[in-house]
Design a binder for this molecule. Sequence first.
Ligand SMILES: Cc1cc2nc3c(=O)[nH]c(=O)nc-3n(C[C@H](O)[C@H](O)[C@H](O)COP(=O)(O)OP(=O)(O)OC[C@H]3O[C@@H](n4cnc5c(N)ncnc54)[C@H](O)[C@@H]3O)c2cc1C
Length: 462
Amino acid sequence: MNTINTDVAIIGAGSAGLSAYRAAKAAGASAILIEGGAHGTTCARVGCMPSKLLIAAADAAYHATHAGAFGVHIDGAVRIDGREVMARVKRERDRFVGFVVAGVDAMPDADKLSGYARFIDDSVLMVGEHTKVHAKSVVIATGSSAVMPAMYRALGDRAIINDDVFAWDDLPKRVAVIGAGVIGLELGQALARLGVRVSVLGARGRVGPLSDPDIRDYAQRVFSEAFHFEPRAQVQAATREGDEVRLRYVSGAGDVIEDTFDYVLVAAGRKPNIGGLGLKDTSLQLDDDGLPVYDPLTLQAGAHPVFVAGDANGVLPLLHEAADEGRAAGTNAARYPHVAPVERRAPIAIAFTDPGIAMVGARHADLMPESFVTGEVSFEDQGRSRVMLRNRGLMHVYADRASRRFVGAEWIGPDAEHIAHLLAWALQMKLTVDDMLRMPFYHPVVEEGLRTALRDAAVKLA
Ligand SMILES: Cc1cc2nc3c(=O)[nH]c(=O)nc-3n(C[C@H](O)[C@H](O)[C@H](O)COP(=O)(O)OP(=O)(O)OC[C@H]3O[C@@H](n4cnc5c(N)ncnc54)[C@H](O)[C@@H]3O)c2cc1C
């Protein structure tokens, strides 16, 4: 049994853990980075990057088959080679993973440990069965995993999660996607565009992260035209028949539908990886889900020198938030007991669907009903969007009645990922709707649609 003493032990070498390690070292502490699984991060291996690679292939297929309206005809069939699609996804994914792994390889060997870590007591970790780590402070950065409801577990290897999609050598023919959150919609639409027969089955009427009912209804219509989409399906039975899965569900309209698929892709939420951490063997206060009760400002668990960062804390499961939280947790762990709040950026969330979904600032559902006005634009007649035949979308921007400040937006529409950044920057700079309307808008651009929504808000504020 080896024994190591360190200032900071970081459990998990994902995006949060890596930035915690760098921050702890930059603050002058000694640090040990502990990884139980494969290096490379969830984002690069099975998350952000391979999903965007699959979407890029899907978009290429879509545009190749939808150029006719411009008078551009592809005479002859457009052929999607599933093997080539997946080969590129994996090749490029491996390249991104390679950069992360190279960074880990460059770290001093003495700073890295392989094996799953668990607490033996408040300040001692057991890594695998080989090393005891005595740490003055600990950062829990263990990430999250897809939830697999019991009814799908019995399907064996026919019930899959996002990780499995990116291990495919070829595209299957029929996939049921369970869950209409961001991951379900992104992967569902991408597979549909690549010629897979897809049914996306949500349960509670969700459409990605949207909380504004008008935008959600609009998005539901758009996706229902693009693939088989049932946001309110109740799956009654999932049965394996050979290498197929038979699903029986009640649709939103009350019809009982039976259908057969090659795979059920479960994208029904994620939960923090805390089960194996032995937290019950510490004096940390745990909530009903077994997660340490922690201060969302400093990420500190109670008065203990333990910090929870990234997907592990279950709050903002996004890459840039994981990196920011990791940095703050690493710094706080190194400087404990002198801890400082995480510097939060303006909230921004994007679903890389087509049209894209984006949310900035306060969610519609969290705003006090009388406190704000809603500026609206439809992208259906928006000049540049129509030029490009991408004129599907509806945007709501919210402005505070008292201060005239822009406070949030939810929408589906063209170029949403870019407009989301303009809006997040405006929010962080605390701009009013009037300030934003004084900014330049070129012509003809999709952002002119945003200007229409802001003008609408300004009129309603008058
Ligand atoms: C399909 C998909 C698409 C996504 N797309 C986007 C996107 O477009 N944009 C975006 O911002 N976000 C996206 N995300 C979310 C983003 O990937 C995560 O928020 C981010 O990767 C979380 O980083 P993390 O460091 O918290 O966790 P991870 O990167 O998962 O790191 C946690 C690490 O801890 C290790 N670990 C766990 N338990 C232990 C233990 N006991 N001991 C030692 N090691 C342990 C794990 O092996 C893992 O390597 C996506 C996620 C998925 C699944």
